[in-house]
Write a protein that binds this ligand. Structure first.
Ligand SMILES: [Zn+2]
Length: 149
């Protein structure tokens, strides 16, 4: 067994522990993408965005002045952060899926935490009913559909 196979096996094991069931669908390409993404994230940090030109451009292309959830100016809510709509801890294979990423303010990101999307919608509905429609409109329907298969 060569080292690459071993690493791939370890990734599968890790994904199995974290995301269960889905690990068998990972391919070697997923692994390569994951490593690239992990490096990208390492460079950019979990919360801060915009430390490389690549991520600055991405954030700029995917946000304006106002957080899509609370509607406030980012500068009044701790700045811009890159969030995983479906959390990394539950869906590690979606951590490299750019359709799963969006730019929200730091405050909303912390409120969202590691909740599954539907739990998050429920949480918002109960705690911040005035924000519910904005969150519902951002629901990642296709991704949620894909995790049901
Ligand atoms: Zn916000």
């Amino acid at each position: 067994m060569n080292l690459e196979d071993k690493e791939l096996k370890e990734l599968f094991k890790l994904a199995d522990e974290i995301g269960n069931k889905r690990y068998h669908k990972l391919t070697y390409q997923d692994f390569e993408n994951y490593r690239k993404y992990d490096y990208w994230r390492y460079i950019n940090g979990d919360y801060e965005c915009g430390t490389t030109q690549e991520s600055k451009d991405w954030v700029k292309d995917h946000s304006d002045c106002y957080c899509p959830i609370c509607g406030d100016n980012y500068s009044t809510k701790g700045g811009k952060t890159i969030d995983h709509k479906l959390p990394r801890s539950q869906y590690p294979w979606l951590s490299i899926e750019f359709k799963n990423l969006w730019v929200i303010c730091k405050f909303c990101n912390q409120e969202k935490g590691d909740r599954h999307w539907y739990n998050y919608e429920h949480y918002i509905f109960v705690r911040y009913p005035n924000l519910y429609l904005a969150v519902k409109a951002a629901r990642p329907s296709l991704l949620l559909q894909s995790v049901k298969d």
